[in-house]
Design a binder for this molecule. Structure first.
Ligand code: ZN
Length: 401
């Protein structure tokens, strides 16, 4: 047993459930903060725990280049290396190769690319992406896929989708043959061991034992073509995975198109398996996608925007650098209960940002993450009450006293 998914409530297409992994339980729909290179930039792990993060995303491409898979493996995988006792998901590296490498060369075997760090040449195939992700040791890992560029004509989109399907077969074959190589038990003694209370309702029961291992999800591609999305979904489901992701979105298409593709693709994914929409979106959009029936989402937006002084609040988006906040003694978001909003004024946050202080990045990121996680908590809460959630409506804003 490596993954268990139970649906508890449904409202229309929206679902609330639980995903149980070898490193703890996740309430869905869930927002997964992005911890690119073994860190959610500017936020220590104990603060992520305090914010209630149940699962983090790591990027295989970045971790493979630095510090390298072997280093991480020696620490018992990424959980041990970064001292994160809760669940982790890694992407396959395909998307970063696509987005960071204009000089990449794709053939049937895999992708040759140059490191964005030092220009050195590397090769990813379904097999060595799986090997890297097994060494990194996330609870959930992703099949190696090709992210189709936007725009792309139908012939190109179809060829790319077929390649992703062949790579999905190869990913699954390699994963099934090497599933016991996950490094969770080979951990070197580390400075500190996680306390049991840092692991949310840890699933060490009769379902999860020493033989529990990783789970591999398939990825649906097919560009913006709804027929190809259907075909990609059906054929990926035929290969058979414990969960399915929708990839190839947020690549420059209009948002209305993203929603259409997501809605259409979800129709062909099994209702009893977790569905992961990769790389989206704004707070409004994550609520919308949860309402469509998506269970898992990730996005760099809250963390990246925070480092640029863009903050999401219940009263709209704020650019903290603006002079209008220089004397503002109020909290960043009067409806937010995070440690930043409880303690600091907008004037202080504006001062930190304007002075280029490191603390600005820390505090801004903590608030934005808190806002996203809170948004998802509200969505789960309303689904469990049998209500569809609406952003910026009764569910969203608390009644003013
Ligand atoms: Zn806050």
């Amino acid at each position: 047993m490596s993954l268990e998914f139970t649906l508890e409530t449904r409202v229309g297409a929206a679902r609330a459930g639980q995903l149980i992994t070898p490193h703890g339980e996740i309430e869905t729909p869930v927002f997964m903060p992005v911890g690119t290179g073994g860190t959610v930039k500017a936020v220590p792990q104990e603060v992520l725990e305090e914010l209630g993060v149940q699962i983090l995303l790591g990027n295989t491409y970045h971790l493979y280049l630095r510090p390298g898979v072997e280093t991480i493996r020696r620490f018992g995988g990424l959980h041990g290396f970064m001292s994160w006792p809760r669940a982790i998901l890694t992407d396959s590296g395909g998307f970063q190769v696509f987005s960071l490498n204009e000089l990449r060369k794709v053939n049937e075997e895999g992708v040759t690319f140059r490191s964005h760090l030092d220009g050195s040449s590397h090769f990813f195939s379904p097999e060595n992406s799986m090997a890297a992700q097994i060494g990194i040791g996330a609870d959930i890992i992703m099949a190696f896929d090709e992210c189709t560029e936007y725009p792309a004509d139908r012939a190109r989109t179809q060829a790319s989708m077929e390649l992703t399907l062949r790579w999905a077969e190869r990913s699954k074959k390699y994963f099934d043959e090497h599933t016991r190589e996950v490094p969770w038990k080979s951990r070197q003694p580390s400075a500190v061991s996680p306390q049991p209370n840092q692991i949310p309702r840890f699933a060490r029961n009769d379902k999860f034992d020493e033989s529990s291992t990783q789970s591999l999800f398939g990825i649906v591609q097919g560009g913006m073509d709804l027929d190809l999305r259907k075909e990609s979904a059906e054929r990926t489901v035929e290969i058979g995975f414990p969960g399915y992701a929708i990839g190839g979105l947020s690549v420059g298409e209009p948002r209305e198109r993203t929603r259409e593709v997501v809605e259409e693709t979800l129709r062909y994914l099994p209702a009893d398996k977790p569905r992961y929409l990769m790389g989206v979106g704004t707070p409004e959009e994550i609520v919308q996608y949860a309402n469509l029936g998506v269970d898992m989402m990730d996005c760099v937006l809250p963390t990246r925007a925070a480092r640029h002084g863009l903050l999401f609040t219940s009263e709209g988006k704020i650019s903290i650098k603006q002079a209008r906040y220089a004397q503002d003694s109020g909290p960043l978001d009067p409806n937010c209960d995070c440690r930043v909003c409880r303690r600091y004024s907008r004037a202080y946050l504006r001062h930190l940002y304007a002075s280029n202080e490191v603390l600005a990045q820390v505090l801004n990121t903590i608030h934005n993450l808190s806002f996203y996680l809170d948004t998802m908590r509200r969505v789960r809460h309303s689904i469990s009450l049998g209500e569809e959630s609406r952003f910026l409506s009764s569910v969203w804003s608390r009644p003013k006293p």
